[in-house]
Design a protein around this ligand. Sequence first.
Ligand SMILES: [Zn+2]
Length: 480
Amino acid sequence: MYLSQYLSKAPALPSFFILITTLTVGALGAEPEALPIATLEQIQTAALQSDYGYTRLDYLCNKIGPRMSGSPQAAAAVQYVAEQFRELGLEVSLEPVSVPHWARGQETAELVKIPGAQPGFKQKVIVTALGGSVATPPEGITASVVVVKDFEELDKLGKEAVRGKIVLFNVAFDTKLADAGFSHEAYVRVVPYRVTGAKRAAELGAAASLLRSIGPRNFRLAHTGSVGYFGGPKIPAAATSAEDADLIAHLYREGSVVMHLVLTPNILPDERSANVIADLRGSEHPEQIVIVSAHLDSWDLGTGAIDNGAGIAEILQAARVFQQMKLRPKRTIRFIAWMNEENAANGGNGYDQYAEDHRSELSKHVADIEIDVGTWHPVGYEVYASESLLSALRPLRTVLGKISSGVVQRRPGHGDMDDFMPGFEPFVDNRSYYDSHHTVADTFAMIDPRGLQENAALVAALGYAMASVPEEVIQHPRPK
Ligand SMILES: [Zn+2]
């Protein structure tokens, strides 16, 4: 855990801290106007009492289902979310986005040759295709397995040892990091093997690529995610559970291991989909935009509840609170349900399309407050912004601190829209986030209704605060 997370246990900021804050701001000579604290408190209270988001998430997960880019369910979800925003009185438009359409097929694997095993024994292995993977022939492939712990070991083996084999990247998710509250760091360390492993193995002539799932060694789950070929040769790519990866590595140390692998996904023509845009028009500066957003598409193994139906439910709940309170922010608050965050090895088509379509207005965008963190308790928010903006937002901490959400954690500019505007995201207790991530376990059963309300309260308060901060702090140069 970060030291600052411990500090967040205090229900409100100690008075000496507020004093220091005031002095610092005064010393910079940029005395910010006070934020509308009473309104922000009312927003928080209203969001913590509503079950609006939870009921919408129930529908999204359990009546529409998983929302793979290009699928009929994703199309239905676009219409459903647009309809909810319309009912809340927002100005809604659907902005077209072209998305890949990939559909999972059959996926099975077994070890058909195991050193020292009883004749005829075949060990079933849990596998799931990575999004965008090409298929094996319908009858599958049978090949020896080569186990490597990293790219260096793969390259050392070279073409001679790899040609015609199934390469298993046995790179463990660092659970020590995750348990200490750094699960995103643990995740990003392994992601390159998922995204580019197949390409690297294919360049050495491998027949298929297998990834140890990115997640803890826990309940034998296979975690999907996107794979990229980047113009290189294409071979089938799948993930196996951490336990199966350990088993294969154990057997491989004893001798030759042969696997039969069947993957029959379909790569279909691109589909026309959309970002859902819903504006609550600003009273003083309608041309200035505060984005409050979440991605609407999901993986297909579960029902995309944590990732990221929860985020959609949280922004819907924020919109609902503004409607209930009849709030009219100074700047336009633009809710966006993004399309195609998940099945995209190169970023995400929804973000790219938005940046292209709105290029001339991007300088008027004040923030992207984006949520993709499930329903774990937010200890505060992560932010990519200038010092003067952070100073102006400081009073918000006294509001958020009341529900232990007052920690402000600066982040490098890695958010989806960070190239164009300041970025915000709830900073949650994410120690178990990757347990179910991109697996069959990501269903409505994972949702914590209280955490949903807390995250909704956070993004609603942040959104309204960003619509209220003084002009001079948003005109400050961008952080990058
Ligand atoms: Zn996500």
